[in-house]
Ligand binder design. Structure first.
Ligand code: ADP
Length: 164
C-alpha cells in the first residue's frame, strides 16, 4: 500500500526549511502532495502559480511530488484528495503551540485525520517564509536560506542584492 501525505503551507516563498521538510517527508511517505494555501485574506508576495513553480523547479518535477493548491478548509481538501495524513514542520516551541491546536482542531473536524511532525534541523530552525519576505523586502541577503530559483524570484520582485 502506498503511503501519501499532504504537506500544506503558504510557501510564500519556498525556503530551505520547507525543502528539508519535503526531503525528509519523502523518506517517510511514498508520495507527498505539497498543497499551496490560497488564503484570500492574506496579500501574498508571490501568486499561487509562482509559489507552485518554485516548488516544481526546486524538485525538478520529482514524480513522487504532486504540487497542488487549495482554498478550502484543510480537512475538506484532505477528504477531496482521499488523503487523511498531513505532514508539518516544527521549528520551536511557538510552532508547537499552534500546531498542537491545529492538529486537534483538524481531528475534531475529521476523526481519522492524522498529523505527522518533522523537527527542523539546526540549520534552518530560524527560517520562516515571513522573515525571509521581511528581510528581503528591506534589502537583506537571504540567498543562503532559499533555493536559487526563489532567490532569483525575490530579486526580480524586490531587487534583492545578490552575493558576490
Ligand atoms: P512559514 O514558513 O512562514 O512558517 P508556511 O505556512 O509556509 O509558513 O509553513 C508550512 C509548514 O512548514 C509549517 O508546518 C511550518 O511549521 C513548516 N516550516 C516552515 N519553515 C520551516 C523550517 N525552517 N523548519 C521546519 N518547518 C518549517
Amino acid at each position: 500500500m502506498s503511503r501519501t501525505a499532504i504537506y500544506p503551507g503558504s510557501f510564500d516563498p519556498l525556503t530551505n526549511g520547507h525543502v528539508a521538510i519535503i526531503q525528509r517527508g519523502l523518506k517517510l511517505f511514498d508520495r507527498l502532495i505539497v498543497a499551496v494555501a490560497n488564503n484570500p485574506q492574506k496579500t501574498p508576495l508571490f501568486s499561487v502559480p509562482e509559489r507552485q513553480q518554485f516548488i516544481a523547479q526546486t524538485f525538478q518535477n520529482d514524480a513522487r511530488l504532486e504540487i497542488d493548491s487549495f482554498d478550502a478548509l484543510l480537512v475538506t481538501y484532505a477528504k477531496k484528495k482521499g488523503v487523511h495524513t498531513v505532514l508539518r514542520g516544527l521549528r520551536a516551541v511557538q510552532d508547537f503551540d499552534y500546531e498542537f491546536q491545529l492538529a486537534n482542531m483538524n481531528r475534531h473536524l475529521l476523526p481519522d485525520f492524522e498529523s505527522v511532525f518533522v523537527m527542523t534541523g539546526e540549520d534552518y530552525f530560524f527560517v520562516s517564509a515571513r522573515l525571509v519576505r521581511e528581510v528581503a523586502t528591506f534589502g537583506g541577503d537571504v540567498s543562503e536560506l532559499v533555493p536559487e530559483c526563489v532567490a532569483q524570484g525575490l530579486q526580480r520582485k524586490l531587487g534583492m542584492p545578490r552575493k558576490g
